[in-house]
Design a protein around this ligand. Structure first.
Ligand code: AP5
Ligand code: MG
Length: 216
């Protein structure tokens, strides 16, 4: 089953995708993570994407669609969780084409409905383990032992350069202008399921499980 997680920056896409990957063996395909890896590795894609990401704007449709195309076959058996993709109408159409070429299709688009002001607080407190990328938050999810990753025991953590209030506001404006308008494309096919993204991480996870395990 291939599913899309849709929601503004900080809605919890990455948190829920990582959980679905761990619990169901699905494969998380996050264009944001792929682009950050490209930036860190200094590849041509990374060099093009760096300044755009730091400004909170969208990287080109061609680049992100190609990144997804390269990774789609990693998720043949268990299905993919598209995290942060598609983000424009052109990307939504590119995804449909990439999937249909493989006799696959989007099963659900799970929209994480959230309050934008709360998201700024969520994003600006976010950090991850530098080794295994486990997600944490200064207020909502600190490691159980101070300074030690719950998952891998690392003592190194990192924060994203685009996690500051100015850039977050731009990322949200991009979401409203270019990404939210793709919802009707999926609504007309009956694929959208809305969950309350302001609930706790476990409650959001339970809502998503109910969708994936419920009647089609
Ligand atoms: P990307 O990496 O996709 O970032 P984003 O969409 O801005 O979303 P985030 O990763 O910030 O949030 P999230 O929804 O994953 O939330 P998280 O689970 O971390 O994209 C970054 C940039 O790359 C873009 O700006 C663009 O430049 C480029 N890009 C990427 N994809 C692209 C594409 N397809 N096209 C063009 N450009 C693209 O949660 C946030 C925090 O809240 C965490 O600390 C978490 O612990 C906490 N939290 C999560 N859920 C809850 C909850 N229920 N309650 C309380 N706290 C919670
Ligand atoms: Mg994310």
């Amino acid at each position: 089953m291939d599913i899309v997680l849709l929601g503004p920056p900080g809605a919890g896409k990455g948190t829920q995708a990582a959980r679905l990957q761990a619990n169901r063996g699905m494969v998380q395909l996050s264009t944001g993570d792929m682009l950050r890896q490209a930036v860190a590795a200094g590849t041509p894609v990374g060099l093009q994407a760096k300044a755009v990401m730091e400004a909170g704007e969208l990287v080109s449709d061609a680049i992100v669609s190609a990144l997804i195309g390269e990774r789609l076959d990693d998720a043949i058996d268990s299905g993919a969780i598209f995290d942060g993709f598609p983000r424009t109408q052109a990307q939504a159409e590119a995804l449909d084409l990439l999937l249909s070429e493989r006799d696959r299709h989007v099963a659900y688009v799970i929209e994480l409905a959230v309050d934008e002001d709360a998201l700024v607080q969520r994003i600006c407190g976010r950090f991850t383990c530098a080794v295994c990328s486990a997600p944490y938050h200064d207020e909502f999810k600190l490691p159980k032992v101070d300074g030690v990753c719950d998952v891998c025991g690392s003592t190194e953590f990192k924060r994203r350069p685009d996690d500051n209030e100015t850039t977050v506001r731009t990322r949200m404006a991009e979401y409203r202008a270019k990404t939210a308008p793709i919802l009707p494309y999926y609504e007309q096919r009956g694929l959208v399921r809305r969950v309350d993204g302001m609930a706790s991480v476990d409650e959001v996870a339970a809502q998503i499980d109910a969708i994936l395990d419920g009647p089609a």
